[in-house]
Design a protein around this ligand. Structure first.
Ligand SMILES: C[S@@+](CC[C@H](N)C(=O)[O-])C[C@H]1O[C@@H](n2cnc3c(N)ncnc32)[C@H](O)[C@@H]1O
Length: 220
């Protein structure tokens, strides 16, 4: 049997992206600056770009999810303007390593020709748009977005009323900030091992399982 190719998962969090690549057929190694006791695969604590510089060439492909707070449309709401902007440095390093790569981030981030994926494309009950810069590129999403039902969203009106998003109130939920029911969010995201805080930062494994399947064919 062929060995499973190795994928380096930079800025790995508690491993939403990692689980998708694992299911697609990769051996995944994660790196995060913070301890991640719930990351289910091999994990190293440390600076992601430093680790990639030292070990990136040992892997068949590299995924990176640099922090998104500095790029999100809500970046100025909490009055902070000092969020690190790591996408350019990440791209430069990954291109110099020369392996197939994926950089994931939020809408508004400066990614090149990104593919947009949403939970509704995978039959999930979460509205969550994420962008993926992929080299070699994938041009097609599995399906179009399907926002036919009711979503509470993160509108100011909802926040003022302090409504917690749950399936009791809507067909779809959004999982960010604090205003969501963690149990429903785990179902919506297809992630059953994370805390609420980790869920708010994660991507559903279905997204990277889709990307991983393409990548695997390319590597073969
Ligand atoms: C958006 S989260 C990643 C979520 C993950 N892709 C998932 O699907 O679960 C970004 C992560 O980057 C980590 N981080 C921030 N700066 C870092 C650095 N310099 N090196 C490594 N990790 C870093 C944060 O601790 C956080 O866990």
């Amino acid at each position: 049997m062929m060995n499973r190719p190795k994928l380096l998962d930079l800025f790995c969090g508690a491993g939403g992206a990692a689980m998708g690549y694992h299911r697609a057929g990769f051996d995944v190694v994660g790196v995060d600056i913070n301890p991640m006791p719930r990351y289910l695969l091999e994990f190293h604590q440390g600076d992601a770009l430093q680790y990639a510089l030292e070990h990136g060439a040992e892997f068949d492909a590299i995924h990176a999810s640099p922090p998104c707070q500095g790029y999100s449309v809500t970046k100025s709401i909490h009055g902070r303007t000092d969020h690190p902007l790591l996408i350019d440095a990440t791209r430069e390093l990954l291109q110099s390593i020369g392996r197939p790569y994926i950089i994931e981030n939020v809408e508004g981030a400066p990614l090149i020709n990104p593919l947009m994926l949403c939970g509704t494309m995978f039959g999930l009950r979460v509205r969550r748009h994420r962008l993926f810069e992929i080299d070699p590129p994938i041009y097609f999403a599995p399906f179009s977005c399907n926002h036919w039902g009711k979503t509470l969203g993160n509108s100011a009106r909802i926040k003022q009323r302090r409504v917690v998003q749950s399936f009791a109130l809507a067909d779809f939920i959004t999982v960010s900030g604090h205003d969501f029911n963690a149990r429903d969010a785990r179902i919506a995201m297809g992630i059953d091992w994370m805390s609420a805080k980790e869920l708010a930062q994660a991507i559903p494994p279905a997204y990277t399982e889709y990307i991983g399947a393409f990548l695997l064919r390319y590597l073969k």
